[in-house]
Design a protein around this ligand. Structure first.
Ligand code: SAM
Length: 236
């Protein structure tokens, strides 16, 4: 294993932990990414160099096919810098878009990404994920929630807490779409990402509430290194 890879996978987190013994894991994720952005290094998903591998409309297309309309309230959970959120902000009526993420820096990048005209016209609600941000998004009574390229960033130790937070935003009529990647087993893909086997996703959702219905469908039949590109549709 190359030294850099070894550091990212096995050393970076325990070393950070030594100086942050009580901090939540989410703070570590935000620290790794903001440090990269501050150094001017390109991040594939967040900030000025972000690119949407399957096109920026991917999430919007899935949601529209499942009934999203301009008057609906939508939460982009783990929205990053709105790489996939921007066309949804444009599609929805003003004030209907909610973007939630771990760090204000990512949301600020999101505002830069959509630009002042769209920001002024559509007034997206962008909040950090904390008690206040979650309560505000829940009070908006989302019709749809989407999380793209987020579930694979969640390690075992915070998996249940993560699903409790996302699914805790639902009301009886909310539809949730959770994109994830499944290589057939739980394995670390890089320093901050894991494969999430389908059955692990289903079990995690059911632990939040056994009454939730969950259907898994393929977002693309094209496989990269035997990885299935999937989406979980969760609803009551
Ligand atoms: C690869 S980026 C994807 C961003 C955006 N969804 C997109 O597709 O452009 C992963 C995002 O998940 C967020 N994230 C990571 N861990 C999270 C957690 N525990 N709870 C909520 N969001 C998280 C990150 O801050 C980051 O913005």
């Amino acid at each position: 294993m190359r030294l850099k890879k070894l550091y990212r996978r096995h050393l970076r987190y325990p070393l950070w932990r030594l100086t942050h013994p009580l901090a939540p894991y989410e703070q570590y994720y935000a620290w790794v990414v903001t440090r990269k952005l501050k150094r001017g290094q390109a991040h594939p998903a967040i900030g000025p160099a972000a690119k949407a591998a399957r096109g920026e409309e991917e999430m919007l297309k899935v949601l529209r096919k499942r009934g999203l309309r301009p008057q609906h309230v939508f939460v982009d959970y783990g929205c990053g810098s709105l790489r996939l959120g921007k066309p949804i902000v444009a599609f929805l009526e003003p004030g209907r878009f909610w973007g939630l993420d771990l760090a204000q820096e990512f949301l600020d990048e999101g505002i830069r990404h959509i630009g002042p005209d769209l920001d002024r016209a559509k007034r997206p609600n962008l909040r950090v994920i904390d008690e206040t941000g979650l309560a505000a998004a829940k009070a908006a009574r989302p019709d749809f929630i989407g999380a793209w390229h987020v579930c694979g960033k969640i390690p075992d130790r915070i998996l249940d807490g993560f699903f409790r937070k996302v699914l805790g935003l639902m009301h009886a009529g909310t539809q949730v779409f959770l994109q994830f990647e499944d290589s057939g087993r739980r394995e670390q893909l890089h320093g901050l990402a894991w494969s999430l086997p389908e059955e692990m996703m289903i079990a995690a959702v059911k632990r939040v509430d056994p009454q939730l219905k969950i259907d898994i469908f393929e977002l693309s039949s094209r496989r990269h290194r035997d990885m299935r590109y999937l989406c979980a549709h969760v609803r009551y």
